[in-house]
Ligand binder design. Structure first.
Ligand SMILES: Nc1nc2c(c(=O)[nH]1)N[C@H]1C(S)=C(S)[C@@H](COP(=O)(O)OP(=O)(O)OC[C@H]3O[C@@H](n4cnc5c(=O)[nH]c(N)nc54)[C@H](O)[C@@H]3O)O[C@H]1N2
Ligand SMILES: Nc1nc2c(c(=O)[nH]1)N[C@H]1C(S)=C(S)[C@@H](COP(=O)(O)OP(=O)(O)OC[C@H]3O[C@@H](n4cnc5c(=O)[nH]c(N)nc54)[C@H](O)[C@@H]3O)O[C@H]1N2
Ligand code: SF4
Ligand SMILES: [Mo]
Length: 897
């Protein structure tokens, strides 16, 4: 059977066709009719079904679990008991400490309907604006930037504008990895029109930057100086459209005066790039009949993120390159439904349908629509502030849904302290294995992708249906239903409105109410319905009553949703980073994404093949910075900042400037020791958007001297071994717990002890062997207690099923390959029983897998290229990059090298 739905990962919002038998999801493919992807999927979307195998499903959170106090273990309870308990806790906090003593922290990965009821619960029923979301860490600077300049939070462009652009400016976005299907579209557009110019602004030479005609590798945090200087050049060289400026904008004179100082020479100095490259960028942008900019977290996650956004929007306003095909400032949304959350006003300082909390008229409108006396005027706590308030003890009951703040917020030591002392924490999750789950007093099992109904809005304002294909496992329930069930119980306890505010039988009822709130607003969807979405496919807002199709492009007439109808230029001055480097913290820490992992890895991390592109947690460093510190590739290093530290492997990278380092955000406490990279990031936020500066911290890196090393690898056919081994992470100075394999799943525990730390005892090794099922009687085992070497290997049938190595880990790659892919075990005994025998040469280690679809590794590709194959011949032979295309930028880069 087949069910149409939408990919639950990034904001491209690709349509998927789910293949299933009504109980289990068996496959997924791109929906050829969906206008976001026309049938394409990336590595993450294309492996969605592998996150729903029976082995993985067996590990899902199935039942509500409650603990009586912080020291007790959680026990299974019924839904009624769980929700009654929660309602009691919330009602008591509200009556004793007021409505602002409770808070909700939710997610841009919820569906619009889920979001809508959470927002109404907090603002309508309880009367607090303490409802904020992980979008605060993600899109709030984009929201603030659009509102400050264009007057409303609306990306004015469409994906099809990529096809019409003559110049594409990509800033602070690694589109090739974070929005891969959109990048395929960019590649197609450039192939069709080779004269199109691509400029990429990123401190790193990402795969996106590698593809550019001009890469501006600016110093972190210097975007404003760059865009101001580009504007300077546009004015100086008469490339601005002053007629447009006069007719449709205001505030230009002040900005003009401001950018007079931003000469290319000055900006070159601030940004650390060549002045002539700035001039070139400005000319390409200004001379192009159509220029489009795409931007994301490199601009948003900054202590001046709002101004970063405004500075790039200024370029479009000053040249009139907005509201026309191929033109406009296009903020790429991160999460699949951050847009939907913004639409329902699900943030602490927003109201339904792009209304403002500060506006009494708007508050009265919303109160009227909801049938409540009023909605509170006082803004709620934004994400970072909220966890500070939790830390101060002001929040007595905290409800978290669909996000993992114990990993994704900055300054994690404080966040963990806050969560540990919050009197009552509810977590609504699909997975019990997240760093936040450890802090939950009440865990509520939610239905996940493939199991729930509703709608989402992607980056280009396009609303798509999300459909359930299979029932949720165990007692898991759809998020909206959990909220509504809880709301009914709270209504009866607060007894202000009786049982009237949440009368929904299904998500369509909720959608229809949301629709009513939008009528007359900029995002008016008065003409949209589930039926229309079913009939005509996904639609872009606005779609007013009477319209048949949505609106691909906004502001075509040059009229903006501001009081005067004009767009505004704001004052954008270069500002320093919130945390400068200093002699004790001389390196710069940048953070972000990997191609094949999603955030805290609760879903991508269970799919073994999605580990293959970046198999181990690592910090990327410039070779010179490594050399200075006596660090070689693969060494363990200690990364130290002002708030925390972390051990990681060092990886030499030629994509970074000296003094820059990069750590992906994905590895948290489920996959390695420590809290993850956010132990080091700072809680400083933009003054307007309140988005934290997650991309910039000052750090030091030192070599960590390893005393001994241990590796345990075990094929896991039943599932559950990863979770079972989790407690082991805390038992070593440093450890990682990852997956390997392709058609089989191999759990890999690597552990290190520092110099002088005692070598694992025989008892501990025996305990670990038992925990990994490597204690069978027919186990091959070698121990040399004198030099502390232990080797074990388990052969099942004629295949290696697992191995444990202590202090002699040179054979890791060889054995891991045998476990994952099979192969002859003939050499195994000889090697195992000779204490210092070099592992047999099993050919060169395969290394990272570059092409996930066809399982082609970096070393294989390099060998083919070295043998004289060009890219086309390589693809012909190995097929790499010919399916989803996510690895194409990397293949091109390797071929070019
Ligand atoms: N594979 C994958 N894709 C994802 C996600 C995922 O987890 N995994 N998450 C989704 C979500 S929620 C989001 S928000 C998006 C994020 O998508 P992106 O923003 O594209 O991804 P990031 O890697 O966070 O950051 C992008 C780039 O910003 C650069 N950068 C850092 N500092 C600066 C600076 O000062 N100026 C400029 N110009 N650039 C800078 C970094 O070097 C990095 O390459 O990805 C979405 N897509
Ligand atoms: N250092 C650093 N930190 C960052 C960033 C960065 O670039 N650098 N990026 C920031 C950004 S842009 C973002 S968006 C955040 C993301 O940070 P998080 O929101 O913490 O990341 P996820 O791991 O996606 O968390 C979503 C959780 O929801 C669960 N889930 C999935 N589907 C459902 C569902 O249908 N219902 C429910 N109830 N739960 C579900 C998943 O299991 C998962 O644990 O991280 C931010 N943190
Ligand atoms: S680009 Fe990939 S992750 Fe993003 S929506 Fe499409 S398939 Fe999903
Ligand atoms: Mo995000």
């Amino acid at each position: 059977m087949e069910t149409r739905s939408t990919c639950p990962y990034c904001g491209v919002g690709c349509g998927v066709i789910i293949e299933h038998d009504a109980t289990q999801i068996t496959g997924v493919r791109g929906d050829p009719d969906h206008p976001a992807n026309f049938g394409r999927l990336c590595t993450k979307g294309g492996t969605l079904h592998l996150g729903m195998t029976p082995q993985v499903m067996a590990q899902r959170l199935m039942h509500p679990q409650l603990r009586s106090d912080k020291t007790a273990a959680r026990k299974r309870v019924s839904w009624d008991a769980a929700l009654d308990h929660a309602a009691e806790k919330f009602a008591r906090a509200i009556s004793e400490h007021g409505p602002d003593s409770v808070a909700f922290y939710i997610s841009g990965q919820l569906l619009t309907e889920d979001y809508y009821v959470f927002n109404k619960l907090a603002k309508g029923l309880i009367g607090t604006n303490n409802v904020d979301t992980n979008s605060r860490l993600c899109m709030s600077s984009a929201v603030a930037g659009y509102k400050a300049t264009l007057g409303a939070d609306a990306p004015p462009c469409s994906y099809e504008d990529i096809d019409h652009a003559d110049c594409l400016l990509i800033a602070g976005s690694n589109t090739a990895w974070a929005h891969p299907v959109l990048f395929r579209r960019i590649e197609d557009a450039r192939a069709a029109r080779p004269e199109m110019k691509l400029i990429v602004v990123d401190p790193r030479r990402t795969d996106t930057a590698e593809a550019a005609d001009l890469h501006l590798a600016i110093l972190p945090g210097t975007d404003i100086a760059l865009y101001n200087a580009m504007l300077h050049v546009l004015l100086w060289e008469d490339l601005a459209d002053l007629d447009y400026v006069r007719a449709h904008t205001e505030g230009f004179d002040a900005l003009k005066a401001l950018v007079r100082d931003y000469t290319p020479a000055l900006a070159a100095d601030i940004c650390g790039v060549k002045a002539e490259d700035i001039v070139t960028a400005a000319r390409w942008f200004g001379q192009a009949p159509a220029a489009l900019s795409l931007y994301c977290q490199g601009l948003n996650q900054s202590s001046h993120g709002t101004d970063n956004n405004a500075a790039i929007i200024h370029l479009h306003l000053a040249t009139g390159k907005i509201g026309k095909p191929g033109c406009g400032p296009f903020s790429l949304t991160g999460q699949p439904n951050a847009m939907g959350g913004r639409e329902v006003g699900g943030l602490a300082n927003l109201l339904s349908a792009h209304r403002d909390l500060a506006n009494p008229e708007h508050r009265a409108e919303v109160a009227r629509l909801w049938g409540v006396a009023d909605v509170p005027a006082k803004p709620g706590f934004t994400a970072v502030e909220l966890f500070e308030a939790v830390h101060r003890g002001e929040i007595k009951a905290l409800w978290i849904a669909c996000t993992n703040p114990a990993q994704s917020l900055p300054d994690l030591t404080r966040v963990h302290e806050a969560l540990a002392k919050c009197p009552f924490v509810v977590l609504q999750e699909v997975s019990a294995d997240t760093d936040t789950a450890a802090h939950a007093d009440l865990l509520l099992p939610a239905a996940g992708w493939g199991e729930k109904e509703g709608t989402v809005t992607n980056s280009e304002r396009r609303i798509s249906r999300v459909h359930a294909a299979v029932p949720a496992p165990g007692e898991a329930r759809a998020d909206w239903r959990i909220v509504v069930d809880f709301a009914h119980r709270l209504e009866s306890r607060l007894s202000q409105y009786g049982d009237t505010l949440f009368p929904y039988a299904n998500t369509e009822d909720i959608f229809n109410e949301h629709r009513a709130t939008t009528v007359g607003r900029d995002l008016d969807i008065g003409g949209l319905s589930y039926a229309l979405l079913e009939q005509s496919g996904p639609q872009q807002w606005p779609l007013r009553a009477g319209a048949v199709f949505g609106t691909p492009r906004l502001y075509a007439g040059g009229v903006f949703p501001t009081a005067s109808g004009r767009a505004r230029f704001t004052s954008t001055q270069h500002q320093p980073l919130a945390e400068a480097t200093d002699p004790r913290h001389p390196l710069h820490l940048n953070t972000g994404r990997l191609r094949d992992q999603w955030h805290g890895m609760s879903r991508t991390g269970v799919v073994s093949r999605l580990h293959a592109h970046a198999p181990e947690p690592a910090i990327e460093m410039h070779p010179r910075d490594m050399e200075r510190r006596g660090i070689v590739d693969g060494d363990l290093v200690r990364l130290k900042g002002k708030r925390g530290s972390l051990l990681l492997r060092a990886a030499a990278s030629n994509t970074l400037r000296p003094a820059q380092t990069y750590v992906p955000m994905h590895w948290g406490g489920q996959f390695m020791s420590g809290l993850g990279v956010n132990a080091l990031t700072l809680p400083v936020t933009d003054p307007v958007s309140r988005q934290p500066e997650l991309k910039h911290a000052a750090v030091q890196v030192e070599k960590f001297t390893v005393g001994w090393q241990l590796v345990a690898m075990r094929r896991d056919d039943e599932g559950g071994l990863h979770a079972a081994l989790h407690p082991w992470l805390a038992r070593f100075d440093h450890a990682t717990l990852t997956l390997a394999g392709r058609d089989s799943t191999v759990v890999v525990l690597r552990a290190w002890g520092g110099e002088g730390s005692p070598v694992p005892s025989p008892d501990m090794l025996a305990e670990l062997a038992a925990a990994t099922g490597l204690d069978a009687p027919h186990m091959l085992a070698f121990n040399d207690t004198r030099c502390g070497i232990a080797k074990r290997a388990l052969i099942e049938g004629d295949r290696l099923a697992g191995a444990l190595l202590c202090n002699e880990t040179r054979a890791t790659d060889w054995l891991l390959d045998l476990i994952a892919r099979g192969g002859s075990t003939a050499d195994l005994r000889k090697w195992l029983f000779a204490p210092l025998a070099t592992p047999p040469a099993a050919g060169p280690a395969r290394g990272r897998i570059v092409c996930n679809c066809f399982d082609v590794s970096e070393s294989e590709i390099r060998a083919e290229l070295a043998a004289g194959l060009d890219l086309a011949a390589l693809q012909e032979k190995r097929k790499c990059g010919s399916n989803c295309g996510s690895c194409l930028p990397e293949l091109r880069r390797m071929a070019a090298q």
